[in-house]
Design a protein around this ligand. Structure first.
Ligand SMILES: [Zn+2]
Ligand SMILES: [Zn+2]
Length: 556
């Protein structure tokens, strides 16, 4: 245990541990009571069908808001949504300086410009490989290969030791664009001594090494060259190396490139502004698509995850105003389906196949590689850095456990498995979980940010299953005035015998009211409560399910 007054260095994940997405890590240094914090990344997760009406999930930043005065900054490792997607929504609550490399900063600015009302967020641009000081933290960027330009690991030096926060990384000696992982700097860190490594667990369950982006590029070139008619390629818009590979392949095949989808257009523009598209041919406008001969075009589309409003989904349903596909065309999914999106992607693939369109995925061709390290790559990194402690993050429970087991197998002294909200002491002494801080989730619901604990979504989910019955009755001095109103939504119209359920509910309202003792009839709350209970029970008796019930008692 740290004795009273002795400073300690801690790590606390507020998102991204035990789940894929919404990464947010904080490091703190100081006494048990008072620490200075730095935050790394502020991402989102995408909501599934289990959260009706919710688009995005974000980490609950209550803890950082409370500690705002002691928070020296927010450092971004890269521009993937799971690392920077919550900034525009949550930064106004923190108002701390943000540090990012040029591409990440440019993409954040492009995103801000496309979202009306998004706040101006001041970003300090740090050069690749740059080093800067934030309070007690001396932070140095290490370029790493990933699936977006300018992904960085962070070397965080403190008086109590040095931490390598890997961010998202992989080893790829031929990444097509951008820098390969900076092995030299990482080996030097190992020589100087690394207290702890906090690292990416995404592919810790996979043996071996990922193929290179270069191999994917070769395979795309072959598939685009050999296509008899039109080709559409869908991929994550932010994978600039992949977009470049598609553009190069199109040039080899003497085809024009058309970009379809707003997210893709935005990235292409940022890639041109930041130099990542230097030497790439000009693309044709989407309006030109219809005039180009089928064997002279490649459409680069958004929608690899089956997003219903994205380009590919609209094309597959023949609802895109400019871009159509037909029998004999080829669609390449240069992507992996994120768990949870399988149904949506399957729907699009089946729709295309039904129209006689050939669909190529990574199940049969090398058209995608992950941006995360497999076990072979992790072994290399740990050999270079030789950390004393490994803390697995960025993964679900299984990934974290496999990562920890691998670290132990590699002879690393300590592997600490933690959860969101745990405070892990890294120094001094043995690493261990010493405390907890508030953590949780926010939902983006329309324009608003709501607490995941609030009833909104739970109510909405219940509504989806059981519908609602609404009752209004007017009462004057304990006497019913006129007939009560009963409206039902999402409830079957008739019961098994063909009797109208709303009518049955209406009879229940009247009889319940009449059976109440006189003094209770004068109490609107008592009336509402009795009517509600009776209506739900009656409908349940006919339907087998209890609806939600709203009762309005108007007293005259
Ligand atoms: Zn990433
Ligand atoms: Zn990530």
């Amino acid at each position: 245990m740290a004795s009273q007054g002795q400073d300690e260095l801690v790590f606390a994940p507020l998102g991204g541990v035990g789940e894929i997405g919404m990464n947010l890590s904080v490091y703190g240094i100081g006494s048990e009571r008072k620490k200075t914090w730095v935050a790394i990344d502020l991402g989102v997760a995408f909501a599934g069908d289990d959260l009706p009406g919710i688009d995005l999930i974000m980490p609950d930043i209550r803890f950082l808001v409370e500690e705002r005065r002691n928070l020296v900054g927010l450092v971004l490792t890269h521009a993937h949504e799971d690392h920077f997607g919550a900034i525009l929504d949550l930064w106004p609550r923190l108002r701390v300086p943000i540090y990012a490399t040029p591409f990440t900063a440019a993409l954040l600015e492009a995103k801000r410009a496309s979202e009306p009302g998004a706040p101006e967020v001041p970003v300090t641009v740090v050069p690749l490989g740059g080093r800067f000081t934030l309070g007690p933290f001396d932070i140095e960027l290490v370029s790493v290969a990933h699936s977006i330009p300018e992904s960085n690991s962070l070397i965080i030096r403190t008086k109590l030791g040095t931490v390598l926060h890997t961010g998202d990384w992989k080893l790829d000696p031929t990444p097509i664009l951008g820098l390969p992982t900076d092995e030299k700097k990482l080996r030097a860190l190992g020589e100087a001594g690394c207290l702890a490594l906090v690292g990416d667990s995404t592919n810790a369950v996979r043996d071996g090494r990922s193929p290179s982006e270069q191999d994917v590029a070769k395979s795309l070139t072959e598939l685009i060259r050999s296509a008899p008619r039109r080709v559409a390629v869908t991929t994550f818009a932010s994978n600039v190396a992949r977009l470049r590979a598609v553009a190069d392949a199109a040039r080899v095949a003497e085809r024009e490139v058309v970009v379809v989808g707003r997210a893709m257009e935005r990235i292409v523009q940022v890639a041109r502004e930041t130099g990542y598209f230097d030497g790439v041919q000009d693309f044709r406008s989407v309006e030109a698509y219809g005039y180009l001969p089928p064997d002279k075009v490649v459409a680069m589309c958004t929608g690899s995850q089956g997003e219903p409003r994205a380009a590919l989904s609209r094309i597959a349903e023949d609802e895109h105003p400019e871009v159509t596909l037909s029998r004999g065309d080829r669609v390449i999914f240069s992507s992996r389906t994120i768990p949870g999106n399988e149904k949506a992607v399957g729907r699009i693939i089946n729709g295309l196949v039904r129209q006689g369109i050939e669909v190529i995925t990574d199940r049969t061709h090398l058209v995608h590689v992950s941006g995360h390290p497999r076990r072979g790559e992790m072994e290399d990194l740990y050999g270079w850095v030789k950390p004393g402690i490994v803390v697995p993050v960025h993964g679900e429970a299984l990934h974290l456990a496999e990562h920890a087991a691998l670290a132990r197998k590699l002879g690393i002294a300590q592997a600490v498995e933690c959860r969101n909200g745990d405070v892990v002491r890294l120094a001094p002494g043995r690493a261990e979980i010493i405390d907890e801080v508030p953590e949780g989730r926010f939902y983006k619901d329309g324009r608003l940010i709501v607490d995941a604990e609030s009833r909104t979504v739970a109510d909405r989910r219940r509504l989806a299953y059981v519908g609602v019955v609404s009752v209004a009755l007017a009462v004057d001095d304990g006497v019913l005035i006129g007939d009560p109103e009963v409206d039902v939504i999402g409830i079957p119209e008739v019961n098994a015998d063909g009797a109208n359920i709303a009518a049955i509910a209406l009879e229940t309202v009247v009889s319940t009211f009449e059976q109440l003792p006189r003094p209770r009839r004068r109490d609107p709350d008592a009336v509402a409560e009795s009517v509600k209970r009776a209506v739900r029970a009656t409908i349940a008796a006919h339907w087998g399910k209890k609806p939600l019930c709203l009762v309005h008692v108007l007293t005259v």
